[in-house]
Design a protein around this ligand. Structure first.
Ligand SMILES: CC(=O)[C@@H](O)[C@H](O)COP(=O)(O)O
Ligand SMILES: NCC(=O)COP(=O)(O)O
Length: 243
């Protein structure tokens, strides 16, 4: 089967750093270790409230990590300006609520105002691979293609949070969504909440070409080290992909 790219989200290294207000642990150093261990990209989410990743982290990540940088952000004027200045390899536009603990679902692409279309146009026009974080339904996926996005990232949080015995219908919806995305000419990515137990189902979807995984792997690093956690995830992905 085709290769599945693993992009590690290091947001929660910054969460730990910010807990004490200093410089340790450094999310850039963590990202470098992930790449050395076999990850192929780094994802960071610059939130409007800067609760974990901060502006300087975005700049350093671009300058100091030799791997494609995927910047997750809301489609606001402030964030678009930052992306156009830093020029990450990729931007994934996500919904964002200040009160949420984490991203709760896909973008409401169908009811989005002109700001979303304008953001896609400016980012894609600057040569940044632009993705929309969506639920695995035909309407938002097809609208993402119509807006000129290069990719969609399917929200896997509902699948990952479900009990293993309840996952089959959710996985079937993700599988169908991935086929719709590719049929619409989009690259199909997936992410949110994935762990060692849930990655197999997603990695086995051939249309999915990239996954981003963060909270679980950074947490698991406490027990087995970040390099081992990345290697183990990579091995599970490869096994699900058929070697
Ligand atoms: C868009 C997405 O799925 C996320 O992973 C998001 O970046 C998570 O944000 P937090 O890292 O703040 O939970
Ligand atoms: N886009 C998903 C992501 O970056 C990581 O999400 P999570 O594994 O931290 O839930």
């Amino acid at each position: 089967m085709n290769h599945l790219v693993l992009s590690i989200n290091v947001d929660h290294v910054a969460t730990l750093r910010n807990a004490r207000g200093g410089h340790f642990p450094d999310p850039v150093a963590a990202a470098q270790r992930c790449i050395a261990a076999g990850a192929e990209g780094i994802t960071i989410h610059l939130r409007e409230d800067r609760r974990h990743i901060r502006d300087r982290d975005v700049e350093r990540m671009k300058a100091e990590v030799a791997a494609p940088l995927n910047l997750e952000m809301a489609a606001t004027e402030e964030m678009v300006a930052i992306a156009l200045r830093v020029m990450p390899h990729a931007v994934c536009l996500v919904p964002e609520k200040r009160q949420e603990l984490t991203t709760e679902g896909g973008l409401d692409v169908l009811n989005a105002g002109p700001g979303l279309a304008e953001a896609v146009k400016r980012l894609a026009g600057a040569g940044i691979r632009t993705s929309l974080f969506v639920e695995a339904d035909a309407a938002p996926i097809e609208r993402a293609a119509a807006l000129g996005a290069a990719c969609v990232e399917l929200h896997t949080g509902t699948y990952a949070d479900a009990a293993p015995g309840d996952r089959a219908p959710i996985l079937a919806r993700l599988r169908a969504g991935a086929a719709i995305a590719v049929g619409a000419g989009l690259e199909c990515h997936a992410g949110h909440g994935l762990d060692y137990g849930s990655i197999g189902g997603i990695a086995a979807i051939p249309e999915v070409t990239e996954v981003s995984i963060g909270h679980f792997l950074i947490s698991q690093s406490v027990f087995e080290g970040i390099e081992n956690a990345v290697r183990r995830m990579r091995a599970l992905m490869d096994a699900a992909r058929g070697g």
